[in-house]
Ligand binder design. Structure first.
Ligand SMILES: [Zn+2]
Length: 285
């Protein structure tokens, strides 16, 4: 386990996640930096300029990735791809939950769906070439990078939505979202909100293949999360039933939230929230 990594990634594909973090350490800082070029009147330019930056970052990522791993032959070449989510959103036999989420996200702020724009968006993520031959755990990769610190909620929702599509509908063994300048607390909170809205998330099992990695610079610490772990409650250490969030009614901790065994009152075991869960409960400002 890379000691520069915190967060929760104990489930599956951790070697792949660590390999991706090794690549992130190799990318020179100029690819991370939001230089003056991306600002106007002290305000960060959004849209196309940021897209260019994300693409530049991913090209460098693929170069460093090949340099690190081509010798050992454990990964195939990474290529750009941009048709995957569309295939599932516009297919006649489209999953109803995908269709509903797509429509809700596109009308969320009263905007019409711009189909043409959706179809002509340039790729900003990488997938393995020759995917059909990749059968080892976590070796069939899809990687996407987000560098815009001002990503709005609807953009974050769309990223999460697409990521769920990759792992559920396209059978990627490992889907990784690189969140380079994105505020971790804010993103995690937005993820919870995405779930609360009942948007598409596919099978819980598929979320074992999805990871998000936060990192702001080559020297900076990486934080990685497995989505399955974010989605699933812990198991009671005593009787192995699922645990549920409860609020303390009495005592010095009254009002605070903790994990309690779902078979209460038969089992009275409790567990405190992790620091991360605590942060999520308290929200962000
Ligand atoms: Zn229990």
């Amino acid at each position: 386990m890379n000691d520069k990594v915190t967060g929760c990634i104990s489930i599956g594909a951790t070697n792949t996640v660590n390999d991706v973090i090794k690549v992130l350490d190799e990318i020179p800082s100029r690819f991370y930096s939001l230089t003056d070029h991306f600002y106007q009147d002290g305000k960060l330019l959004g849209g196309d300029e940021l897209k260019k930056l994300e693409r530049r970052f991913m090209i460098e990522f693929s170069i460093q990735f090949s340099a690190l791993f081509k010798e050992q032959g454990s990964y195939q070449k990474l290529e750009y791809e941009f048709e995957i989510p569309k295939r599932f959103m516009f297919a006649d036999d489209c999953n109803i939950s995908i269709r509903n989420t797509f429509e809700k996200l596109n009308t969320r702020f009263g905007r019409e769906v711009d189909m043409l724009k959706y179809f002509t968006t340039e790729p900003d993520f990488l997938v393995h070439a020759g995917q059909s031959v990749m059968d080892e755990d976590g070796q069939k990769l899809i990687i996407e990078a987000k560098l815009n610190p001002n990503l709005n909620k609807s953009e974050i929702f769309k990223d999460i939505f697409h990521t769920f599509i990759y792992s559920n509908q396209y059978n990627f063994q490992c889907s990784i979202m690189l969140l380079i300048h994105i505020n971790e607390k804010r993103w995690l909170k937005t993820f919870e909100e995405y779930l609360d809205q009942g948007y598409y998330q596919g099978e819980l099992e598929s979320s074992k293949k999805i990871f998000v990695i936060f990192k702001a610079s080559p020297e900076g610490k990486a934080t990685a999360y497995n989505l399955f772990e974010l989605l699933s409650p812990p198991t009671c250490p005593k009787c192995h039933q699922k645990m549920v969030k409860r609020t303390a009614r009495n005592g010095v901790n009254a009002g605070s939230i903790f994990w309690g065994c779902s078979s209460f009152p038969d089992c009275k075991d409790t567990k405190s929230l992790t620091a991360k869960e605590e942060q999520n409960e308290n929200g962000f400002s």
